[in-house]
Write a protein that binds this ligand. Structure first.
Ligand SMILES: Nc1nc2c(ncn2[C@@H]2O[C@H](COP(=O)(O)OP(=O)(O)OP(=O)(O)O)[C@@H](O)[C@H]2O)c(=O)[nH]1
Ligand SMILES: C=C(OP(=O)(O)O)C(=O)O
Length: 214
């Protein structure tokens, strides 16, 4: 009898230091006496819920977080991810390339770290859709950014940043579309956060927002 084995993916998640990440979310905490700590807590919650969903995904074998942040390191390791140093210190795409080099092939995915409404089954559906393609990507809800970039048997060649969906398409990656609302809902602004909460964010993001709005 033939058994269909789903590809075991390695997922690379970038996370720069919490205090300098997600500056567009700063207005949410700016008025508080503990603004710095509250901002770090929120950014960490987004990361933790994202990593938790990726770890729970049935086709994901390993989650590697590229970070130098000590709190992020402790939290994602407790969830079951591993971490690698944020090298070569030349920004997001070199950090992702570095992370991708540390994982076993052939199926590697770069996943945004700000997807608190991500569900394991929608990530599995997207990765299954990507399994037959050398390079593929999922655009964010706006259609301009990227939340997932995949490579099977080839280099990831990440081009994250403004207009990354077009950059990935131009670079030969296939655009994937499907019903995966949490996967496309990255959180850059307060409005994005509200949208993610509306979809049903993970427990850490939900709890932090409840605390911040009390
Ligand atoms: N490891 C690592 N992660 C990075 C680096 N630059 C950006 N990231 C992460 O990549 C994701 C998207 O990065 P950006 O679009 O620059 O977002 P951001 O800088 O955190 O947010 P804004 O300040 O609001 O633009 C975030 O989760 C960042 O933590 C980097 O140099 N190294
Ligand atoms: C870096 C990106 O994401 P964002 O700036 O939305 O976090 C991107 O979409 O390529």
């Amino acid at each position: 009898m033939l058994t269909w084995v789903r590809a075991p993916w390695s997922v690379v998640v970038p996370a720069k230091r919490l205090d300098v990440a997600k500056t567009r979310l700063r207005p949410l905490t700016a008025e508080r006496h503990d603004a710095g700590a509250a901002h770090r807590e929120l950014v960490l919650a987004l990361l933790a819920d994202t990593v938790d969903a990726a770890i729970a995904c049935s086709v994901v074998e390993a989650v590697v977080v590229v970070t130098d942040d000590p709190d992020a390191t402790d939290v994602v390791r407790a969830l079951g991810a591993t971490t690698v140093a944020d090298e070569p210190d030349r920004g997001l795409n070199p950090a992702l390339e570095h992370g991708a080099r540390t994982v076993p092939g052939p199926a590697v995915a770069a996943l945004s770290s700000d997807l608190p409404a991500l569900r394991p089954d929608e990530l599995a559906a997207a990765l299954d859709a990507a399994a037959g393609t050398a390079r593929a990507f999922v655009a964010d809800a706006q259609g301009t950014g990227t939340t997932l970039l995949t490579a099977v048997g080839t280099d990831l060649r990440p081009r994250f940043g403004p207009g990354s969906a077009e950059a990935h398409r131009t670079g030969g990656a296939v655009a994937l579309a499907g019903s995966w609302p949490g996967l496309v809902r990255d959180v850059d602004t307060e409005a994005d956060l509200r949208a993610a909460l509306g979809l049903g964010a993970g427990p850490r993001t939900t709890a932090v927002v409840q605390r911040l709005t009390r």
